[in-house]
Design a protein around this ligand. Structure first.
Ligand code: ARG
Length: 587
């Protein structure tokens, strides 16, 4: 469907042409003085130079023509030549009726692309903490957004499941249970199907091992040896590692489930281990990689660089691979198996330079095609109300699980007064609202900015919050339900021309949907969606407070309100679905 400003602009352009001017001058924009008018056209000013004429004269020349346009009314000239106007109410109603009947509310999509979104990125054997929140929440939203825009989108968790961290865990398990069959290298039989460690044990084992290795050289050497054995395929080590992986992944799934975050691919760094030698050879053969101070590197500096751009290291001087190496091999693997047009990565912005190097290296070494797009969204830190990195009350790292529980409880408490639902329903609903509070609280910020995780603010039913949006949706749902209870069909109601300012405002807000979605996708900016649904919710509430909907006696008028509300609700629900949460029926 044509964007509303384009539809209006077309008519205005014709008026310019009819008066002997260039069509391009007829471009219209939303007014930057909404107190004066809804729309403006600055073409008379733009044309002044072109035609060596005073803007007022040009404006006067096109005035009559614009007055005859069907899309606008109340056209006025304001010095030095602005053309101010309002939407014609019938035109607006017609536009909204079309939106209501179109797929995706008239949003048109580009050529279908294949996109991989790499987000989550947790490390095996370490619990999720508050630092993992953003990658999961923003990543899920970006994935939903790409999908909504019509692209084939695959989410990959890219687990940190390889390298020294695994060697450390194995070493600590060996210290504690040296007689485990996995450490008997002469053993050739089957290994037990039961894991020798639980997830609770793992959570304690990793920090212990990591602490020991920092103090004890001997211990560190053992961990490196264990890593080497694991990576070179020693059977027992691989079998033990598989247990650690399975136990950890089951726990991660539960945590991500609680956040309504999911992944199509549960791949990890380990999955590309075997293709690294081939990739290294390819980079050497192509003349891309060379030895510098013992290490194998690829230069990624460009002439236009103003900041320092160190070479991308492929292998350390001892031949070991690095984080870079696995990421490059993963790119190679993805190109081979999925041939994506685009890959989008979500990590902390401290990895900005890192991804710049990796992307340049992938491009230079032709691991990707000419047109393959690589993007990195580097996000800011989650801070506490004291302005420092979010911590528990005791000052420790906040586990994601505990944070979610705290907000669930808080929401439940808030709901307990005067609710008319069962205990079970109240628990379920409070979880749903809590999720909206957490996700909206995060997503309403520009990703690259740090933000303050303010539990009181996020869980408030008023202001720019998730609960406020849900509350608005629930309010609309209840009006629609009441209407349906009178035996009438909401889906048969037809949008009518607005007769109040508030109704028109709400309609205008709705027309901005597709432009907003395109911008959100182009910028990969969930905050655009939040800003839009917040404005839309406000416009609805403005309308709701000024309008007697259920007591309106004119049936057609009432049906017009209902149809408008229904469209508004569908758009709000689409918005929150892309953000990654849903609304209850009551709250
Ligand atoms: N596991 C990594 C970390 O903890 C994040 C992985 C991000 N994705 C990637 N392809 N590098 O920093």
């Amino acid at each position: 469907m044509e964007k509303i400003l384009e539809a209006v602009g077309k008519e205005i352009s014709q008026a310019f042409v009819d008066a002997g001017y260039d069509a391009g001058l007829g471009r219209v924009t939303w007014s930057n003085r909404p107190d004066l008018c809804e729309l403006q056209c600055n073409g008379a000013m733009a044309g002044a130079k072109m035609y060596k004429k005073a803007p007022m004269m040009i404006a006067n020349d096109v005035l009559e023509g614009i007055k005859n346009c069907k899309a606008v009314k109340d056209v006025e000239i304001a010095p030095p030549g602005f053309l101010n106007m309002n939407f014609d109410p019938d035109f607006l109603a017609d536009y909204l009726r079309q939106m209501a009947e179109s797929d995706r509310f008239g949003l048109e999509t580009d050529e279908k692309k294949k996109i991989i979104v790499d987000y989550g990125g947790p490390n095996v054997a370490k619990p999720l903490h508050v630092g993992h929140l953003r990658s999961a929440v923003i990543g899920q939203c970006v994935k939903n957004l790409c999908r909504y825009m019509g692209h084939e989108t695959i989410g990959d968790i890219h687990l940190g499941d390889w390298g020294l961290q695994m060697g450390l865990v194995i070493t600590e398990i060996k210290e504690r249970q040296p007689d485990l069959i996995y450490f008997d290298e002469s053993y050739e039989g089957e290994y037990p199907s039961e894991s020798p460690v639980t997830v609770a044990e793992l959570e304690e084992i990793y920090p212990t091992a990591s602490g020991k290795s920092k103090e004890d050289e001997d211990y560190k050497a053992k961990a490196m040896e264990a890593t080497f054995k694991l990576q070179s395929g020693v059977r027992g080590y691989r079998a033990l590692w598989k247990h650690i992986l399975a136990v950890s992944v089951a726990d991660l799934k539960r945590n991500y489930d609680d956040l309504s975050v999911d992944f199509e691919l549960w791949k990890g760094e380990s999955d590309v281990h075997d293709i690294i030698p081939g990739m290294v050879q390819y980079m050497k053969d192509g003349g891309y990689a060379y030895i510098s101070e013992g290490a194998l590197v690829v230069d990624v500096k460009e002439d236009t660089d103003t900041k320092e751009m160190p070479p991308c290291m492929i292998l350390k001087s001892d031949g070991a691979s690095l984080y870079n190496t696995t990421d490059l091999a993963t790119i190679m693997d993805r190109m081979k198996n999925y041939a994506p047009d685009r890959m989008i990565y979500l990590t902390d912005k401290r990895q900005n330079l890192y991804f710049e190097q990796v992307f340049r290296c992938a491009k230079k070494t032709k691991l990707i095609g000419e047109d393959t797009r690589l993007d990195h969204i580097g996000f800011g830190t989650v801070n506490g109300t004291d302005g420092h990195a979010f911590k528990t009350r005791e000052g420790g790292v906040m586990r994601l699980e505990n944070l979610i529980k705290e907000i669930n409880d808080k929401m439940y408490e808030k709901m307990s007064d005067g609710r008319d639902m069962s205990e079970e329903e109240a628990r379920k609903t409070s979880k749903q609202i809590a999720l909206a509070a957490i996700k909206y609280g995060d997503l309403s910020n520009q990703p690259s900015k740090d933000y303050i995780f303010d539990i009181d603010k996020f869980t408030s039913f008023e202001g720019d919050t998730g609960p406020y949006i849900l509350y608005t949706i629930v309010r609309i749902k209840s009006i629609l339900a009441k209407y349906a209870e009178t035996g009438r069909d909401v889906s048969k109601a037809v949008i009518t021309s607005p007769d109040t300012k508030q109704q028109k405002n709400l309609m205008l807000e709705i027309t901005k949907f597709s432009t907003m979605m395109e911008t959100a996708y182009e910028e990969l900016a969930p905050n655009r969606i939040c800003a839009f649904i917040y404005d839309l919710a406000n416009s609805f509430n403005g309308f709701y407070h000024e309008t007697k909907i259920m007591t309106e006696e004119d049936e057609a008028k009432q049906a017009g309100y209902i149809a408008l509300l229904s469209l508004c609700k569908n758009i709000l629900e689409t918005g929150i679905e892309v953000l990654g949460f849903t609304a209850p029926d009551k709250m």
